[in-house]
Design a protein around this ligand. Structure first.
Ligand SMILES: CC(C)(COP(=O)(O)OP(=O)(O)OC[C@H]1O[C@@H](n2cnc3c(N)ncnc32)[C@H](O)[C@@H]1OP(=O)(O)O)[C@@H](O)C(=O)NCCC(=O)NCCS
Length: 326
């Protein structure tokens, strides 16, 4: 059975920075509160007319160019996103068209902040089964379009961006060792965007009730996240017969520095072995892990044969982990 190997990464964040000081002028908040409670200093905001597929395109072309590959060599494109360009078609189809990836099937995955790892699980299964040999997986979000800029509970958290990986079939000993994905829909009310679907179709009433924006019960979500992630990372190590000292780098979903530190501490990994870009990017949902992975890979923080552990938690609720030998 072939293994699935990440052969290249790429990422893109929009140029516009929105700082905590900027947010102080928009809602009743402070740099001190945001930094202390979340670890975020600034986030990037997509320009007018810059859509999720445009962010995805920049990340994907960076990964393709690093791999020295043309888009028509791709068998499949998966985009993990909750902020696609349109409900129909899939953002992956916009991306396929713009890349000229004529031989690739394309679809989206919605697992909120765990979306990239759900996509990795899907890509891993396709490659191990022999069905596809080369897959482009992108996590891309324009969360700023669905952020309620009058709600201080959520508007300080999110940012825009995209990260991409190219995954190939390999017969070597390195690659994706495990991906574990989980869901519990009984917690759907903790984190959602209620309007625009069949339950609350587009209407003036839905707009007046601000139903097209992301809602989150932050404190309750926080508690479930910490409890769940602590178990998730320990299970991921056990499954692969690894010790915490074997992990060269932990790359967590970037939602909250307190959640990241609690998970690292439970695992027994010092913060010097944890990838954090939350301070600069905020929470970019499905894009956060591939952006952080690209930053780690391109800055030399991951070397050949290193073990890396990825983990995420998000709306659904969903959560997931992956262990990769680089
Ligand atoms: C959102 C989050 C940062 C809030 O931090 P928290 O410590 O839980 O804070 P709380 O929600 O309990 O709010 C504490 C107080 O701060 C206030 N507050 C909320 N947002 C604020 C802001 N931006 N500025 C100032 N005060 C704020 C609240 O109104 C509350 O005030 P009160 O005590 O007078 O009612 C945190 O809960 C979190 O990160 N949650 C998990 C996110 C997550 O993992 N999501 C899944 C993946 S996306």
């Amino acid at each position: 059975m072939p293994t699935a190997k990440i052969i290249a990464t790429g990422s893109y964040v929009p140029s516009r920075r929105l700082t905590n000081a900027d947010l102080e002028k928009m809602v009743e908040t402070s740099d001190e509160w945001i930094l202390e409670r979340t670890g975020i200093r600034e986030r990037r905001i997509a320009a007018a007319g810059e859509n999720t597929s445009d962010l995805a395109y920049e990340a994907a072309t960076a990964a393709l160019s690093r791999a020295g590959l043309s888009a028509d060599s791709l068998d499949l494109i998966i985009v993990a996103t909750i902020t696609g360009d349109m409900p129909i078609p899939a953002t992956a189809c916009f991306l396929q068209n713009r890349l000229g990836a004529h031989n690739a099937a394309a679809f989206d995955i919605n697992a909120a902040c765990s979306g990239f790892l759900f996509g990795l699980s899907t890509a891993n299964a396709y490659i191990r089964s022999g069905m596809y040999k080369r897959i482009l997986l992108v996590g891309a979000e324009a969360l700023s379009r669905f952020t309620d800029w009058e709600d201080r509970n959520t508007c300080v958290l999110f940012g825009d961006g995209a990260g991409a990986v190219i995954i190939e079939a390999s017969d070597g000993s390195v690659g994706i060792m495990s991906v574990d994905i989980h869901s519990d829909g009984s917690y759907w009310e903790l984190l959602n965007l209620p309007g625009g679907g069949s339950k609350y179709p587009p209407s003036e009433e839905a707009a007046a009730n601000r139903m097209y924006y992301i809602k989150m019960k932050g404190n309750e979500t926080f508690k479930v996240a910490v409890r769940t992630l602590e178990k998730l990372v320990v299970d991921a190590l056990e499954k692969n017969n690894l010790k915490a000292s074997d992990i060269a780098l932990l790359i967590p979903h970037q939602a909250n520095l307190r959640i990241i530190s609690a998970t690292a501490s439970r695992l027994g990994v010092g913060m010097d072995r944890v990838m954090v870009n939350l301070d600069r990017c905020g929470n970019t949902s499905a894009a956060s892990i591939p952006i952080a992975l690209d930053e780690a890979a391109s800055s030399g923080r991951i070397k050949e044969n290193d073990y890396i552990l990825l983990e995420a938690f998000g709306g659904g609720l969903t959560w997931a982990s992956a262990v990769i030998k680089w």
